[in-house]
Design a binder for this molecule. Structure first.
Ligand code: SAJ
Length: 435
């Protein structure tokens, strides 16, 4: 029986490589669609946790995972030889930047190296990891073709970017349209059939490079517009205008405008990273992607700008950064998440530390952080006495579950980088973006 029939009658053995915030939710969607799924991960700990039915991804339902394991619909393994038994493989491994801010494709390359040894007739491989345009064609295809099998005839190769937004209750896998590019029309047909089992709308594009570029456009669009919002904040400070008021007013335009807001910088593992995959590829083609570079400069400088605002605020109280006690409210990279990857709060803490300030942090979502080669534990809770003991309190992440009235009533000086407080001339509140 051929692959399409196996996908249709759900007898196809589905494999997912990389069991993180993309791979594990995807796994569970395929299980719910009636497939038997094998999850592959290099982390022995993750594999053990999952095979005991233990979940570690907030967007995955604990009991669904437990049932899937108990009913033998899902099992995790670090034995990549089992790829040989799979009919489809979705690759959901990280694509970070290395120290030089260049793409680190090592996770994708090692996953592909495992597959190329075991690729067989009637196998579908789908790369989901965000990567530069051309990488499926230039990096994955040659490796799989080295088996002697022919793409589009013996095996099928697609790129389909993940659009998982952790914690988003409105848009989940099934109702987020999924872009899919294939190496040949037969590849698209196979990829579309598989993903239609879990997503309401598939958006086929003409090539894997078009699909790769689509994803990068989506997230580069965000990084650049966040950069513009940050530059508007700096301009408004110089103009004596309230940037938040202006952005709110501009947002009343029912067409042709999309709201972005200033902040202490650009965090997360998508937005600060993805545009550099694009600019890196273009540099190799002797083109300088100036918007990306400029937005990167502005966004990367925001922690510095926030430290300057804190320093100026302390100055008004005849205090220097050096020796001041500062409380950082929020270290997660954005509100109501527990992820600190690339969080600008860490950059602000580093800079303040370099200036000799004494730092504590409070974040109801993040109990401790790794910094200066040690683990720093946040303060457990806020009280009037605690807040009053700091020379300044900097709100860097506006988590919902914080008592901001208590913070306002008890702090000597507040630096508000997230528009928690409306501008009402309150002397002890200094706002990013307000001149
Ligand atoms: N940020 C601002 N101003 C804004 C928006 C964001 O300063 O107007 C900051 C955030 O505080 C954060 C960083 O930028 O530090 C990134 O924020 P984000 O809202 O883009 O959130 P992410 O990183 O979780 O982005 C994900 C992306 N999802 C995928 O790549 C599948 C992105 O495409 C989504 O649009 C975004 O979630 C979302 O909308 O929540």
């Amino acid at each position: 029986m051929n692959l399409l029939n196996k996908i249709e009658n759900r007898s196809a053995r589905v494999g997912v490589i990389g069991l993180g915030y993309v791979g594990l939710p995807l796994t569970m969607e395929f299980v719910k669609a009636g497939f038997n799924v094998t999850g592959f991960d290099i982390s022995v700990e993750k594999v053990a946790l999952l095979n005991e039915g233990n979940n570690y991804i907030a967007d995955v339902n604990d009991s669904e995972l437990k049932n899937a394991v108990e009913n033998n619909l899902f099992n995790a393994t670090d034995d990549f030889s089992k790829i040989a038994e799979m009919d489809t493989i979705s690759i959901c491994v990280p694509t970070p930047l290395n120290k030089l801010k260049n793409p680190d494709m090592s996770y994708v390359i090692s996953a592909v190296k495992e597959i190329e040894k075991l690729v067989h007739k009637d196998m579908l491989i789908v790369l989901e990891s965000t990567t530069y345009p051309g990488s499926t064609q230039e990096l994955v295809l040659p490796a799989l073709s080295s088996s002697g099998l022919e793409v589009g005839k013996d095996f099928f190769l697609c790129f389909s970017p993940e659009r998982i937004d952790p914690g988003n209750q409105q848009f989940q896998t099934h109702n987020t349209p999924k872009v899919l590019g294939g190496t040949t029309p037969e590849c698209i047909q196979a990829g579309k059939l598989l993903y239609e089992s879990i997503v309401n709308e598939i958006v086929p594009v003409s090539s894997t490079a078009a699909a790769e570029m689509t994803k990068l456009l989506e997230n580069t669009f965000r990084a650049i517009n966040i950069g513009l919002a940050n530059e508007v904040a700096i301009m408004c400070e110089k103009l004596g205008i309230d940037a938040w008021e202006v952005i709110e007013a501009a947002s009343t335009k029912p067409f042709g405008f999309m709201k972005f807001t200033p902040g202490p910088g650009l965090g997360g593992h998508c937005i600060p990273v993805d545009p550099h995959y694009l600019s890196w590829k273009l540099k190799a083609l002797d083109y300088d992607a100036r918007f990306i570079e400029l937005a990167g400069e502005i966004n990367t400088n925001m922690p510095n700008h926030v430290v300057n605002i804190i320093s100026d605020g302390l100055n008004e109280h005849q205090k220097a950064l050096n020796g001041s006690q500062i409380l950082i409210l929020g270290v997660a990279y954005k509100k109501n998440v527990n992820d600190v990857r690339e969080s600008p709060s860490l950059d602000v803490i580093n800079l303040l530390n370099e200036h000799g300030a004494e730092i504590d942090f409070y974040d109801p979502w993040v109990p401790s952080i790794k910094l200066f080669n040690s683990t720093i534990t946040g303060i457990e809770s806020l009280s009037s006495a605690i807040l009053d003991s700091y020379d300044a309190v900097a709100i860097l992440t506006d988590h919902s579950d914080v008592d901001y009235q208590l913070v306002k009533d008890s702090s000597k000086l507040i630096i508000d980088t997230r528009n928690v407080y409306p501008a009402n001339g309150d002397e002890h509140i200094v706002k990013l973006g307000v001149g």
